[in-house]
Structures are given as structure tokens and as C-alpha cells.
Ligand binder design. Structure first.
Ligand code: P6P
Length: 338
């Protein structure tokens, strides 16, 4: 019966990616193998994050654990797991991680044609208070002789990404991913160890009632941002004021924005002229997802995905979310140029 179908016809993330692969008859499954290794990393981090809370509570997480080993910080551990999983997949050539100052060039004998940029555990300063945190990732392809790759091959504009996603470690473990044909959300079923499709074809509302920004930086904002936030609080068109929701963990703030609508902004300010968030593994993946879900992403100067990075850890201001809300901030920046 149709009612039982979802219980027996399990749409796992692996099956979803295989379905996506069927759009590319020439594909040999490399992308599917790559994504299965990213999914493995997410499953590992999910269990480690959940245990960390408990470990901390029962005192295991001090400087050394019961075996007297140095207890690794969770973001360092997560990074090691992702780097090892991605290298061992045999499908990557360059890795850029928030945790590593330099890019990782994979051993030539193990190289594949994909570059992966990622933040293994974004928002990790929030672990101790139980706020949701996440892994953010983006995937590029390198279409050249893999023996002659260089850093330039990963410094590509976000619009070149083949896939992007995040995994949020909260009350449940939710993987949200796009391979260029829309956005889908999967929830980890711990009894199966599988991510099951729970949010098919996510579309962000065209306009939202929420704005999400750290108001503590208001003193240093530029005029367009200040005007936009003022309009959110004191609308001049008779509409109701927007609600402020700010968690301070990008994956959680973006996930809420994607599902409920509204706008997330981390603007430039006098102290940080390029804002705080990193282009390759925070701004680009989240902007890719927003566009795929019918929203948009703007840097204050241009479409976020058009930005061409010159450094692997460079930052950019970012305004992303519901299409109409981002249009408003774009109009305020355009007016500033006149
Ligand atoms: P602020 C977490 O440290 C993070 O990198 C993002 O996850 C989050 O959106 C942002 O910084 C929060 O920054 O300055 O508001 O605390």
C-alpha cells in the first residue's frame, strides 16, 4: 500500500545520489563514491559530537581521557576524519579545510578529479552549551592533468561548484545537500545508520518574517546594512516588524532560514571590512544551497557565487535567504553607489 511505501521504499542519501548520477550517463560513479565518503565523515562526527557532551559531563574530556591519551578537541578530530575519508576515497586532489592553514594536495597516486572545501565543525565554540553545530562542504571538479594541479584549481567562483551541503548536529542529525538539481534534506536514522529523505525538494519562502544578524555589531555597520535592519524593526510600509532570530551557529541559522524563510546576514563592519565568514567553505556552499532552493545570496557588491576567491581562507560579507528580502538589501547597496 502507498501508506507503507515510505517504510519499505527507503530513499537513502546513497540512493538519492545514485539517482542524481543517472542524469549523467557518462559518469563512472566517482561522484557517488566521493559523496559516500563525505556522508561517512558526517556519521562519524555526529556520534563524536553526541558523545562529547556526555564525555564532558562525566569528566572524560579533560586534558587526557581514561587511557591517558591527549583528548583531541572535537573540531581537530572531525577534521582528521574528513581529511582521511576524502583522501582514502581516491576521488580528490585538493582539500581546503577551515582547520588547516594550507591546502592539502593529495598523494598523486591517490588523486581524483574533485576538490572539496569544508569546515568540519563550524560553530564548535557552541558545543559546551548544546547549541546545534555543523559540517559545511562544497565540491569542485578539476578538468586537467592531475599531476599539474595548483592552488588556482581550487580558487574557483562558487558558481562552478558541482555540489554543496551541510550536516547539522542538533536534536537530530540532518544532512541538507544539492548536486545542482534542487535541495534535499535527509535525517540520520541511528538504528539503520542511514540518512533517510525527510525534506524532499526544499524551497525557501519567497519572502520571510525573520532577520538573523548579530546586532551587537550595529555600531560598526555601514549605512545600507544599518538602514535595512532599521526597516526590519520599524517598517515604513505599514507591515509588521520582522522577528530577530540569531543562534550564532551558521548551520543552525541557515537551516532555519532555508525552512522558514527570511534573511541571514553577516555584513562587513568597520572592524572587519570583509565580514567574518569564509568564502570557500561557508559563504559559497550556503549561497549555492540558497539559489538551488529559490533564494539568493549577495555580498554587498555582487552575487555571492560570482565572487572569484584569491586566498583559500578569505572572508566576505554575506546576505542570503528569501529572494525578496535579499532584493531589498541589494536595492539599498545600489542606492548607496549612486
Ligand atoms: P558572531 C561560529 O563561530 C561562526 O563561524 C558561524 O558559525 C556563525 O554564524 C558566526 O561565526 C557567529 O559570529 O560574531 O556573531 O559570534
Amino acid at each position: 500500500h502507498a501508506a507503507d511505501a515510505h517504510r519499505t521504499d527507503l530513499m537513502t542519501v546513497t540512493r538519492y545520489v545514485l539517482n542524481e548520477q543517472s542524469r549523467h550517463p557518462e559518469a563512472r560513479g566517482d561522484f557517488t563514491i566521493l559523496l559516500s565518503h563525505i556522508v561517512l565523515g558526517c556519521k562519524f562526527v555526529c556520534t563524536a559530537v553526541n558523545k562529547a557532551g556526555l564525555a564532558k559531563l562525566i569528566g572524560l574530556a579533560g586534558e587526557t581521557n581514561v587511557q591517558g591519551e591527549e583528548q583531541k578537541k572535537l573540531d581537530v578530530l572531525s577534521n582528521e576524519v574528513f581529511v582521511k575519508a576524502l583522501v582514502s576515497s581516491g576521488r580528490t586532489c585538493i582539500l581546503v579545510s577551515e582547520e588547516d592553514e594550507e591546502a592539502t594536495f593529495v598523494d598523486p597516486r591517490l588523486r581524483g578529479k574533485y576538490c572539496v572545501v569544508f569546515d568540519p565543525l563550524d560553530g564548535s565554540s557552541n558545543i559546551d552549551c548544546g547549541v546545534s553545530i555543523g559540517t559545511i562542504f562544497g565540491v569542485y571538479m578539476v578538468d586537467k592533468d592531475l599531476d599539474s594541479i595548483s592552488l588556482d584549481d581550487v580558487l574557483q567562483p562558487g558558481k562552478n561548484m558541482l555540489a554543496a551541503g551541510y550536516c547539522m548536529y542538533g536534536s537530530s542529525c540532518t544532512l541538507v545537500i544539492s548536486t545542482g538539481y534542487g535541495v534535499n534534506g535527509f535525517t540520520l536514522d541511528p538504528s539503520l545508520g542511514e540518512f533517510i529523505l525527510t525534506h524532499p525538494d526544499i524551497k525557501i519562502p519567497k519572502k520571510g518574517k525573520i532577520y538573523s544578524v548579530n546586532e551587537g555589531n550595529a555600531k560598526n555597520w555601514d549605512r545600507p546594512t544599518a538602514k535595512f535592519v532599521e526597516k526590519c524593526k520599524f517598517p515604513t510600509d505599514g507591515s509588521s516588524p520582522k522577528s530577530l532570530r540569531y543562534i550564532g551557529s551558521m548551520v543552525a541559522d541557515v537551516h532555519r532560514t532555508l525552512l522558514y524563510g527570511g534573511i541571514f546576514l553577516y555584513p562587513a563592519d568597520k572592524k572587519s571590512p570583509n565580514g567574518k565568514l569564509r568564502v570557500l567553505y561557508e559563504v559559497f556552499p550556503m549561497s549555492f544551497l540558497m539559489e538551488q532552493a529559490g533564494g539568493q545570496a549577495f555580498t554587498g557588491k555582487e552575487r555571492a557565487l560570482d565572487l572569484v576567491p584569491t586566498k583559500i581562507h578569505q572572508r566576505s560579507p554575506i546576505f542570503l535567504g528569501s529572494y525578496d528580502d535579499v532584493e531589498e538589501i541589494k536595492a539599498l547597496y545600489a542606492a548607496e553607489q549612486k
